[in-house]
Design a protein around this ligand. Structure first.
Ligand code: ATP
Length: 226
């Protein structure tokens, strides 16, 4: 049997805001298999973005263990506390992150953005133009991010993620800034490529149609009882 891609066990995270302690994630456990997709749902403030940040090491947990791509990150380890861990390399090479607003380098063309992302992950950038073509923006490859629409920028952001051949894609409201038609297109492309390339996908969304396309559902609002 193949190892799961991701195992989360008893994960907890709180923030301190002034005198107030804000518990966000409390004893969360779940498993994501290789190539599986999961929708993270829950009302605004229920902790979706916080969980995505924990899963790529941008936030540190108070308690619990994250096992991702055969690496174990245990809250409380001195290395985890100092962030002096394998997270940065894992993020660069194996975790593709997509935010609501596409995060492109403004001084680079769409094609050079994709090439750079592939190179940073240690992949061959030769297929970068192909990735843009597969996302139906091949003819825009030499334009700069401010010369294309929001939906086209979001497609370019997906091309960057797929060009790095990630084991896991973490997407935070990837269609949140798009109109319905463009959101449907980007959703179709995302699921199609994810299924074809067998990477895991976790996406935080308020979009019921996007959530319905995922194999697993995790409702954080329900879990944390808020
Ligand atoms: N750095 C921080 N300091 C204090 N509180 C924080 C911090 N980051 C997030 N929070 C709080 O943690 C809770 C969870 O926030 P988070 O952004 O994860 O929610 P979300 O489910 O992604 O919300 P949305 O759907 O609105 O994007 C919220 O109450 C938020 O105010």
């Amino acid at each position: 049997m193949t190892e799961p891609l991701l195992m989360v066990r008893s994960l907890s995270k709180h923030f301190v805001s002034g005198n107030e302690t804000v518990p966000v994630i409390d004893g969360l456990s779940f498993t994501l298999g290789q190539g599986q997709s999961m929708a993270l749902t829950g009302r605004s403030g229920s902790g979706k973005s916080t969980l995505l940040n924990l899963l790529c090491g941008l936030e540190l947990p108070d308690a619990g263990t994250i096992t991702l791509h055969n690496q174990v990150f245990e809250a409380g380890d001195a290395a985890v506390r100092r962030k002096a861990t394998a997270w940065p390399a894992l993020r660069r090479q194996h975790i593709g992150v997509v935010f609501q607003e596409a995060n492109l380098m403004p001084a680079l063309s769409l094609l050079d953005n994709v090439r750079l992302r592939a190179q940073l992950a240690g992949r061959d950038p030769a297929n970068s133009e192909d990735w843009l073509a597969r996302l139906d923006i091949g003819e825009l490859a030499r334009r700069y991010p401010d010369q294309v629409s929001g939906g086209q920028r979001q497609r370019a952001a997906l091309a960057m993620v797929f060009a790095m051949e990630p084991a896991l894609i973490l997407a935070d409201e990837p269609t949140g800034s798009l109109d319905r038609h463009t959101a449907d297109e980007v959703t179709r492309v995302l699921f199609d490529l994810q299924a074809r390339h067998g990477c895991g996908l976790i996406l935080a969304t308020h979009d019921a149609e996007l959530a319905a396309g995922c194999q697993q559902h995790l409702d954080l609002g329900h879990l944390t009882g808020v």
